[in-house]
Design a protein around this ligand. Structure first.
Ligand SMILES: [Zn+2]
Length: 393
């Protein structure tokens, strides 16, 4: 580097100890232009900049750096190139690298506190670092993708993530979940890339399938296990039989005296008044419904284990019959709603995509969202998601 230490002192600022290091230009240094990289010796002007560096023990460190503009014969007045300090950075490169490293494991708020930096500075450092290290995504050779939506803010705003299951990497993240909002991905993929796509896994309750059919004539839509089971949870267990069964069960296991009646005690109806015995029948009926609903849920998952569509189809008809025979209304509704999607469910036999990745990304996004509290920066949030699934290389 073209500077040497000319002074240093310690001082207190806001109850914290600082090491202030003054640098000065060395007369014999070889300097290079930041524009063309050629050496240039004539100095156009000099401004002293305050630059943060890595802490020394417990002291925060501030460098007072003479920032030179060289009179380059090719470029005119240009900043001197320094290996350790980017053009308009306010922290040294090594501090920026350490900040970015800490940001892979914790929130920018914590990283800012650790290094005694403003969170906006940390945000900017990590953003630049991610942009530089991730670069533009390579979509060459992609034949199978999975698309999924997630809530950005407590279900008010949504975003879409596109992943390549085979290489476990995030290809694209964008705001919204409508056809128009996911179109930029297919534009990025290009006509050739769209024709190359063979399968797209997704949730049933989205508009993605229409967009896929429009752009990707060779792609099959596949409905994955994770979303179908989640739909079952919402429509049958939460809203339907399960909820009613549970609340009926909860009502019944409270005795009039207020103390809980255990199932073991309830199983001895002769020791109870006849009124209690009637309630016990209701309790058992409610629990029966609950048991049916949970058993059918576990069973439904088996549909995704088949590798031959014929067997999968037979299994579905068997499952459907048992669901209808249960006499539970939410199950009947679920069957009626799911059946039109059967071709897309059976398509998984040809495209057995691990559903763990979609579930894993869903969970990871929740963690990143929690860590990103305190600011609303979608672009940064999306970069963090890409960085969390960079691919297997
Ligand atoms: Zn130059």
């Amino acid at each position: 580097m073209g500077d040497g230490v000319s002074s240093w002192r310690r001082e207190q600022r806001g109850g914290h100890c600082w090491l202030i290091v003054g640098l000065e230009p060395q007369a014999d240094a070889v300097r290079r232009c930041s524009g063309c990289g050629e050496s240039a010796s004539a100095i156009h002007d000099c401004t002293t900049r305050r630059i943060r560096d890595l802490p020394v023990f417990d002291d925060s460190v501030e460098l007072q750096v003479p920032r030179l503009r060289l009179a380059c014969v090719h470029c005119g007045p240009r900043l001197e190139h320094l290996d350790w300090l980017d053009a308009h950075a306010r922290v040294t490169r090594r501090l920026a690298e350490n900040v970015a490293r800490l940001c892979t494991a914790t929130s920018i708020v914590h990283a800012a506190r650790w290094f005694g930096l403003n969170w906006k500075t940390v945000n900017a450092i990590d953003f630049r670092h991610l942009e530089r290290t991730l670069g533009p995504v390579d979509l060459a050779g992609v034949t199978v993708i999975a698309m999924d939506e997630f809530a950005i803010q407590k279900g008010h705003r949504y975003a879409t993530v596109v992943v390549e299951p085979e290489r476990k990497r995030v290809l694209w993240v964008g705001r919204g979940r409508s056809r128009a909002e996911v179109r930029p991905f297919f534009e990025l993929l290009g006509s050739e890339g769209c024709h190359r796509l063979r399968a797209v896994a997704m949730d049933m309750n989205t508009a993605y399938d229409l967009e896929v059919k429009q752009h990707c004539p060779n792609a099959e839509v596949v409905y994955d296990l994770f979303h179908v089971v989640a739909k079952y949870g919402r429509e049958v267990i939460d809203r339907g039989a399960g909820r009613r069964g549970q609340s009926a069960a909860r009502r019944q296991v409270r005795s009039p005296g207020g103390q809980d009646v255990t199932l073991a005690a309830a199983a001895q109806p002769r020791e109870r008044p006849s009124e209690q015995a009637v309630k016990l029948d209701e309790l058992l009926a409610a629990n029966g419904a609950l048991l049916t609903v949970y058993l059918l849920k576990d069973d439904l998952k088996r549909l995704w284990r088949y590798r031959h569509a014929g067997w999968a189809k037979r299994f579905w008809h068997d499952w459907k019959q048992r669901a209808l025979d249960s006499g539970l209304e939410p199950l009947k509704v679920f069957v009626r709603r799911l059946e039109p999607y059967l071709p897309g469910i059976l398509a998984h036999c040809r495209w057995p995509l691990g559903t763990n990745l979609v579930e894993g990304i869903n969970n990871k996004i929740k963690v990143i969202k929690r860590m990103a509290y305190g600011y609303r920066d979608d672009a940064y949030f999306f970069l963090k998601i890409r960085a969390a699934f960079p691919g297997l290389g």
